[in-house]
Write a protein that binds this ligand. Structure first.
Ligand code: HMG
Ligand code: MG
Length: 323
């Protein structure tokens, strides 16, 4: 404890294992205009597993009218070859979604609630209060089916409709989850409004209010500071991060949403900083290129274009600057 009563963050030590949850198949595919064929989705998830990712958010059991891109949730999950140690998750907004997810091989049901009223109304057609009221039956269904539950909060670091979101709004939802027996807390930076200062402020507030909860940081790179925010998270002791292959991603119900932090860029940063990820970067870059081919447009990921740090080029690849 510091003198003012604030609990001091313990930085993640060099060499520590960092848990990456790949969310591209959910956060990424949900915002693509074209509906990606089910077999292509399954192939990408299986390649991600082969590249060493141990946690993958595969899809959402939301209304297929709201998000037609993920209407094939059960079929995609049925096609995933889950290897030992691999954990699969899916978003679930209500009891109907939980009933659908319970019949699949998903391990984790991810709840989500916005910390801002305007985004909540847009995203789930309900106020924050009404959204939270949907969750106790989901927890019951998950328990009965032997599934874990993660509590997600969206617009944690700012809302595209309301602007600043006070940390107390996030704390309120976190406490609600904690009181439901959920210890796994996901902090969503829906439209990339997090900054090093706001990350520190929200983590400090949560450390005081719900120190027993394990935090995952879910950054979007909308303003180019996603990986800087990861460095702040590491210095604050956070070992769990969400990211998206190729930098896909974005919430269709949040104005100005763009991609998550990019998985292969995150793996590169972590490995070059001495952390363990368990991921084969070369293989992951191959999956990013495959995903780009399937999506059919250039993705924002940078390491997939430049290659790892010691990628060498032939001397004949460029001309000589002879005067
Ligand atoms: P609603 O229209 O208010 O729902 O939508 P309803 O309960 O009135 O039901 C209307 C119809 O939908 C009914 O069908 C229901 O059965 C059906 P009908 O009787 O008319 O034929 N329905 C469902 N069908 C299948 N699965 C379900 C389901 N629920 C109802 N689960 C609802 C409310 C929440 C369902 C809708 O607004 C919705 O699905 N919203 C999801 C939006 C979404 O997926 N957003 C993106 C994910 S959040 C995000 O990206 C942020 C995040 O990444 C973190 C971050 O970045 O910050 C997680
Ligand atoms: Mg997101």
């Amino acid at each position: 404890m510091a003198q003012n009563g604030e609990i001091i963050a313990m930085p993640v030590p060099d060499g520590a294992a960092i848990e990456i949850c790949e969310v591209g198949p959910r956060d990424g595919f949900q915002i693509e205009k074209a509906i990606i064929p089910t077999d292509r989705k399954i192939a990408i998830v299986n390649e991600l597993i082969d590249a060493g990712l141990k946690k993958i958010q595969v899809t959402s059991f939301v209304s297929p009218r709201a998000v037609p891109q993920l209407a094939d949730a059960a079929e995609v999950l049925a096609g995933v070859e889950k290897k030992p140690g691999v954990v699969l998750s899916a978003l679930v907004p209500n009891a109907k979604g939980a009933e659908r997810a319970a019949k699949t091989q998903v391990d984790i049901m991810g709840l989500f609630c916005s910390a801002s009223e305007a985004h909540s109304l847009k995203n789930v057609n309900a106020s924050i209060e009404a959204t939270l009221a949907r969750f106790p039956p989901v927890v019951e269904i998950a328990k009965a089916a032997g599934k874990r539950v993660q509590g997600g909060v969206a617009t944690v670091f700012g809302c595209p409709f309301e602007g600043e979101v006070p940390p107390e709004a996030v704390v309120r939802i976190a406490r609600f989850y904690r009181d439901l027996g959920i210890v796994d807390l996901n902090l969503g930076d829906t439209t990339g409004m997090a900054t090093p200062a706001t990350v520190k402020a929200v983590l400090a507030a949560l450390r005081q209010a719900v120190p027993e909860m394990a935090v995952t940081l879910h950054f979007h790179n909308t303003r180019g500071v996603g990986l800087a925010n990861v460095m702040v998270g590491l210095s604050e002791g956070i070992t769990r991060y969400d990211s998206s292959i190729g930098g896909l991603g974005g919430c269709p119900f949040a104005a100005g949403a763009t991609g998550n932090i990019c998985t292969e860029d995150l793996v590169y940063l972590l490995q070059e900083s001495g952390y363990r990820t368990g991921v084969d970067l070369d293989r992951l870059i191959g999956v990013a290129r495959l995903t780009q081919d399937v999506i059919g447009r250039e993705l924002p990921g940078q390491v997939m274009k430049a290659g790892p740090r010691l990628t060498r080029h032939g001397l004949d690849d460029v001309s000589t600057a002879a005067g």
